[in-house]
Write a protein that binds this ligand. Structure first.
Ligand SMILES: *Cc1c(COP(=O)(O)O)cnc(C)c1O
Length: 401
């Protein structure tokens, strides 16, 4: 494997994120292929026994088994790290594999975690159900309240875990404050950056230690594969994450890694355009509904914080139409926007969190998170925004709005 161009790392590592999205991490085989090659292989062969022994001893470079290294996966990992401004990255089989790995690799019985109240349903399950089973204490806080983070710290607090903007209520966390607080108290901050991606916000620029991804969302961007990633310092990845990952095996398939690698090439364009479409559609919907939760609109309580942390506010927002009947009537009248619980796709998608993504939670937990019976979440895609407006207009009317 070689790089026919881009071999001088003193030059290539300084390329800007938009260049890294297209070029970062590219290795080329002896064929000099333009597009990254897909290495669908679980293992490797060796020229002689000493070579194998040296690789297993860590004394020679080279791959030994795809749970440990794979060339296509390595290209994806290098590209994500370069775009993120992180020293290192490891790809995972899914977003939840990434979150589970990022937490379990560094936690032990007796540790304490402070997590955000508003979160992806399965992220809350990790905090509320899984970690306590292993003797790891957890506290959930209103992540928009800076003082709540401080007040929740205990002597054994090891990790802060949050997403921003958060699913599905679009709460925004003040990353400079919360990650700075963590750092000052020797706590590792783990940020789930699935909603924004490095194209719109880079948590490490605000002091985050670890950035974890569902790459299923905007990174793939076309609704094709499940994928995830965890970024951190070289030392943390090598010494904390890798021993866990190599022995438990939440690895991504090379095929899925290749799909995401190609998705990253257009991530910046898609994220910007979908954000613009989301703001336009939000402005159209706002006067028609009782409540809209959209970090890109001045009515959002944390609008200025979102604008300060993000280059654009992303494709996702939520609206509250006050009852399940109205919400279902609206969804059932859509002709263009698909009824789907996915996000980050180039297609516009809409869902009712209380009966889908957050249905497994208790009613009290939903109420505490602001997931009401009338809440709808929309992922705004790349369609002509005029067509989206017409579709929403028809659907809002069907819901009596
Ligand atoms: C989707 C999502 C996840 C889980 O990712 P999967 O790829 O579906 O496993 C985690 N966090 C957030 C914020 C998400 O949106």
């Amino acid at each position: 494997m070689k790089k026919t161009t881009g071999t001088d790392r003193s030059i290539t590592r300084n390329w800007r994120p938009a260049t890294q999205a297209v070029r970062g991490g590219t290795w080329r085989s002896e064929h000099g292929e333009t597009s990254e090659a897909l290495f669908l292989t679980s293992g490797y062969t060796y020229d002689d026994a000493q070579t194998v022994a040296d690789r297993f001893a860590g004394e020679a470079e080279g791959m030994t088994y795809s749970r440990l290294q794979n060339p296509t996966v390595a290209m994806l990992e290098e590209r994500i790290a370069l775009m993120e401004g992180a020293e290192a990255c490891r790809a995972q089989a899914s977003g939840m594999a990434a979150m589970t790995t990022a937490l379990l690799c560094q936690l032990s019985v007796g540790d304490h975690v402070v997590g955000a109240r508003a979160a992806f349903g399965s992220c809350r399950w990790l905090l509320d159900q899984l970690l306590p089973r292993f003797g790891i204490e957890t506290t959930v806080v209103d992540s928009a309240d800076n003082d709540a983070w401080d007040a929740a710290i205990r002597p054994n607090t090891k990790v802060f875990f949050f997403e921003t903007p958060a699913n599905p209520t679009l709460d925004v966390v003040d990353m400079a404050h919360v990650c700075g607080l963590a750092k000052s108290r020797g706590i590792i901050s783990v940020v789930d950056n699935a909603f924004a991606t490095s194209a719109l916000q880079r948590p490490m620029d605000f002091g985050a230690d670890v950035v974890a991804y569902s790459a299923t969302k905007l990174m793939d961007g076309q609704g094709r594969v499940l994928a995830g990633a965890v970024c951190g310092s070289q030392e943390w990845i090598d010494e904390v994450l890798l021993p866990f990952q190599r022995n438990t095996g939440p690895n991504i398939s090379p095929f899925n890694a290749w799909v995401v690698l190609k998705g990253l090439e257009t991530l910046g364009l898609r994220a910007q355009k979908q954000s613009e479409n989301a703001v336009e559609l939000g402005r159209f919907i706002e006067p028609r509904v009782p409540r809209i939760l959209h970090p890109g609109l001045p009515s959002h309580p944390q609008h200025s914080l979102a604008m300060a942390q993000m280059s654009a506010t992303g494709p996702i927002f939520a609206l509250d139409v006050e009852s399940r009947e109205r919400a279902f009537a609206l969804l059932d009248a859509l002709e263009l926007v698909d009824l789907s619980n996915n996000i980050g796709d180039a297609r516009s998608l809409m869902c009712h969190p209380a009966s889908t993504t957050h249905a497994a939670m208790t009613e009290e937990a939903r109420a505490e998170m602001g997931v009401t019976e009338g809440l709808l979440r929309i992922n705004v895609g790349l369609e002509d925004v005029e067509d989206l407006r017409e579709d929403l207009d028809r659907a809002l009317k069907a819901a009596g709005l």
